[in-house]
Design a protein around this ligand. Structure first.
Ligand code: V07
Length: 263
């Protein structure tokens, strides 16, 4: 059993080891989804413009992608831009729409080298062409990779996703390819943009907000949630391990009884 336990390795020497986790490497969540909140607040605390927080948050994306890969997570979904985010001031939106290019310009070679596959969920047709091009190129260049799936939710909204799925199925009914009484949960699951992905095992939201904000409403039905006050730019390997540690402790507590019948 002890050899099944792994300890975080590498990094600078720490004065305090309390945040280091013993994780059960046989029970790493397959799919971790993260709402990366608190970038603006991180900047404000330092009297910096909000965009400085977004830029710092991008570096955390790289750090957490590497750690997720190292831990053996199979799918990492990151909520990068919601359909609501268009309401922000135009210069901020324009800055955000440059981040995929900057991120991929810097890190795509590393992702390719690490066998990471880049994917995206969300409405890509209404992204600026330069943003779309960068993401499409990254998806194409990593299409043959079979390691970690790095799935960006970009211009994503869960209700819009479900609405689109309903439309697809309604069309199939109208064209007599499907009978209304044959519509079941799996048909809806298969009509969502996450059709090829497993459901998230663990949802993390940073920055103290305790809401789903229209993120993966269907897919999160059985997911464990973990919330932290840590702002996204301050999120790190130790916090990810802490989240996974909590996830594992909860799984152990179920102790073989049905997850949905623990009372
Ligand atoms: C964004 C940095 C992370 C915190 C959240 C807001 C700001 C990485 C990407 C990205 C997206 C697609 C892709 C490659 C990278 C990104 C946006 C914002 C819009 F293929 N970080 N990041 N996209 N932030």
């Amino acid at each position: 059993m002890l050899d099944k336990l792994i300890r975080k390795k590498g990094g600078e020497p720490k004065t305090d080891n309390a945040d280091r986790q013993l994780l059960d490497e046989t029970a790493i969540p397959g799919h971790v989804a993260i709402i990366m909140d608190g970038n603006g607040r991180w900047a404000k605390k330092r009297s910096l413009p909000r965009i400085a927080g977004h830029h710092e948050g991008m570096k955390t994306v790289r750090k957490i992608t590497r750690e997720a890969d190292r831990l053996g997570i199979k799918v990492l979904t990151l909520y990068a831009f919601s359909t609501e985010n268009w309401k922000r001031p135009k210069p901020e939106v324009e800055f955000l729409m440059r981040l995929p290019e900057e991120f991929l310009g810097t890190y795509l070679p590393e992702l390719v080298e690490r066998n990471v596959r880049v994917r995206m969920i969300g409405d890509h047709e209404h992204l600026p062409p330069h943003t779309r091009r960068a993401i499409t190129r990254a998806m194409d260049e990593t299409a043959g990779n079979d390691g970690l799936i790095l799935n960006f939710a970009m211009n994503y909204g869960s209700r819009a996703e479900i609405t689109e799925a309903v439309r697809t199925i309604a069309k199939a009914v109208a064209e007599n390819r499907v009978k209304a009484e044959d519509i079941d949960e799996s048909m809806i699951t298969d009509a969502l943009m996450t059709a090829e992905l497993p459901e998230p095992d663990l949802l993390i939201r940073t920055s103290g907000e305790v809401r789903l904000s229209n993120f993966m409403l269907w897919q999160l039905a059985y997911t464990e949630f973990w919330f932290t006050d840590t702002l996204w730019p301050d999120f790190n390997e130790d916090r990810l391990q802490e989240a996974i540690g909590v996830y594992q402790a909860r799984s152990r507590r179920y102790g073989g009884v049905d997850k949905e019948d623990t009372d």
